[in-house]
Design a binder for this molecule. Structure first.
Ligand code: SF4
Length: 623
């Protein structure tokens, strides 16, 4: 039995860290590998041949040698997951769908895959495999009981191309004791945290250490959900680190009450947890109360963040605006808090209602859901929630403005200074890079990030440089990488890239540049924009020449650089002489690949190599 498991490409978001991966951390293609697929592979019968393809780091095969194809996905991947499932099914493959979104709404997949796996896989996946082997697989396997993580096998890390990621991933627990109204984690995993035994984690670390991984992200939604168990884990990790010369640097997600326990903070620091992501959501107590995030109300939030810094733990923060209590003034309150806290990776999202959550059910009853809006990514310019005290458009504009301020060079630098006042660098701090790699990274930050920003950015950079505490230099570099990465995302996706020319003029310039080829019928350009949603479609269907490709690539590059436009490139025919020119065009557009959709006519697929991990290779029949 040959099983192919696919992790679909994510649309670009803050979490993609695209600028950092493209410009600074060369050789890395994505941040985290698909841990769920590696776990699923470990649950397969031993005689199954399993392959994992992560479309975020490698292209998907169009005609794979496989008997069965499994495609997983989170909500944000649903569009691509659907497209892949439909494509492979249309080619005659048996398909199975799974992942967190299929667990939350399995009914959406009923017509997309032969079988849907909904819920935790440890018991139902082996059941499916048994049924599949004797040709009586059902259409739905739905886990409704409680899964013991002690029954969860060590993931097949050997099937992942780990060297293409900045961190490895592990999971110790599932479930969280809190009850935030918007949270889908407790809908999927429940409020009673379940954990692995520390020895299981030790075995997984052994494999990762042998693979040369130094940075590990515990993907638990709240690692400290069950404090006695996490303390046992941390003591185990401390012992492991001592035995292996502090081989790992860890990061995780945890609730803010981590800062209340000095014992936990000491254990975190000793185990070498260098960062933690915390769902702060809002500094406004009334909004916290409304959303039932009561654990953040019992503490001084700013003081807690600073306490984490003082214990050598960096903080990444999740923030939400759009609660019923929020008004347009809430944006300034959030901005001030984020600046004061020094949190550079501040993931601010508009309140979004995910299906099955208490928030969704409440808003549905109140008729306050925008049913046609996307609810799968809460860091986009929009939401499916109709706000109570703000006009929707005004809220979205205020959200854009908040990021404009946060991601200015001044905003980045001020946060670094505010953080450095409190962040203690533990003596055993070790970079996960060699000295040579570190020098190369610093050089690229300066040449690709600081200098292109002009004298003012250089001035801000120098103001943050820790001349008197050189041990903090790596931290400052990480801060600039994070800040510039988010700035780059915001500029490209929120339409603030700073061109003096309007999108219309850029499109007109492109049209004029290729007018001759359009007149000849070998190319066609169509503007399919709707308001601020800029969409351009370029079809290539006849004999072209070098001059065409040089012109069009320069104009398209400008358009993609300075606007949030998407481009659909339709390759209907390709002259052999133009192949090299097309490759050059794709090379120039690749840094904007997430906004470039490429449709290749079936007849010339053998001539055109499109890397679907870079561009969106359209597989949908309708297009
Ligand atoms: S603390 Fe985090 S994981 Fe727990 S319920 Fe709240 S949002 Fe969900």
């Amino acid at each position: 039995m040959r099983l192919l498991l696919i992790n679909p490409k994510f649309p670009e978001s803050f979490w993609s860290f695209r600028w950092a991966l493209n410009e600074v951390l060369r050789g890395k293609r994505a941040v985290n590998p698909p841990l769920g697929l590696a776990t699923l592979a470990a649950l397969c019968p031993p005689d199954w041949e399993v392959e994992i393809i992560d479309e975020n780091v490698e292209p998907v095969p169009l005609l794979p040698q496989a008997d069965l194809i499994g495609v997983c996905g989170m909500g944000v991947q649903f569009g691509r997951q659907k497209e892949l499932l439909e494509y492979y099914r249309s080619k005659g493959y048996r398909t199975v769908a799974g992942g967190s979104y299929a667990s939350l709404c399995p009914e959406k997949y009923a017509s997309l895959a032969d079988t849907v796996i909904a819920g935790e896989a440890e018991y139902i996946w082996p059941e499916f495999c048994r049924d599949y082997a004797i040709d009586c697989a059902q259409t739905l396997y739905h886990e409704t009981g409680e899964v013991s993580l002690e029954d969860s096998p060590a993931p097949r890390f050997d099937l992942l191309k780990l060297d293409r990621y900045t961190s490895a991933t592990m999971q110790f627990s599932r479930g969280c004791p809190f009850r935030c109204e918007f949270c889908d984690i407790i809908v999927m995993f429940g409020r009673k945290p379940r954990t692995k035994r520390p020895e299981q984690i030790g075995r997984e670390l052994d494999v990762l250490r042998a693979a040369g991984m130094r940075s590990v992200f515990f993907v638990d939604d709240n690692l400290i959900g069950h404090k006695p168990d996490v303390k046992a884990l941390l003591r185990y990790l401390i012992d492991y680190q001592k035995r292996h010369d502090y081989a790992f640097s860890f990061g995780t997600e945890a609730s803010l009450n981590l800062a209340e326990s000095q014992e936990l903070l000491d254990l975190f620091r000793e185990a070498n947890f260098t960062w933690v992501f915390i769902g702060i959501e809002t500094p406004d107590p009334a909004s916290l109360k409304e959303t039932l995030k009561t654990q953040n109300m019992q503490t001084d939030i700013l003081g807690s963040v600073q306490r984490l810094y003082q214990n050598g733990i960096d903080v990444l923060g999740g923030f939400i605006i759009g609660f019923d209590n929020d008004t347009l003034d809430s944006f300034e309150m959030q901005r001030r808090f984020i600046m004061d806290s020094g949190i550079q990776a501040a993931m601010v999202g508009l309140l979004t209602a995910l299906p099955r959550t208490p928030l969704y059910e409440r808003l549905e009853k109140e008729g306050r859901l925008r049913l046609d809006a996307d609810h799968t990514d809460n860091t986009k310019l929009g939401t499916n929630v109709i706000p109570k005290q703000m006009e929707y458009e005004a809220m979205v504009e205020a959200y854009r403005d908040l990021y404009r301020k946060l991601e200015s060079d001044h905003g980045i630098a001020e946060r670094i200074r505010n953080k450095l006042r409190h962040l203690h660098v533990p003596h055993k701090y070790q970079s996960t890079y060699t000295t040579r790699e570190s020098i190369a990274i610093v050089t690229r930050i300066i040449t690709k990030g600081i200098l292109p920003g002009g004298p003012l950015r250089l001035w801000y950079f120098l103001r943050t440089f820790p001349f008197l505490t050189p041990r903090k230099i790596p931290l400052v570099m990480v801060e600039w990488i994070t800040g510039l990465t988010m700035q780059d995302y915001v500029r490209r996706h929120f339409g603030m890239a700073g061109s003096t020319r309007s999108p219309e003029r850029l499109i007109d310039a492109t049209r004029n540049a290729i007018a001759r080829y359009v007149d000849q019928g070998s190319a066609a350009l169509a503007d399919r924009s709707h308001g601020a949603d800029l969409r351009l479609s370029l079809s290539l269907g006849g004999a072209l020449d070098r001059r065409f490709f040089v012109r069009v690539s320069a104009h398209l590059e400008q358009l993609l650089k300075y606007t949030p436009a998407t481009l659909t490139l339709r390759l209907e025919a390709l002259w052999q002489a133009d192949q090299g020119e097309l490759d050059t065009l794709l090379e120039r557009l690749k840094r904007y690949g997430d906004r470039v959709f490429i449709v290749v006519d079936e007849r010339i697929r053998h001539l055109v190599k499109v890397d679907s991990s870079v561009f969106h290779l359209v597989l949908a029949q309708a297009l």
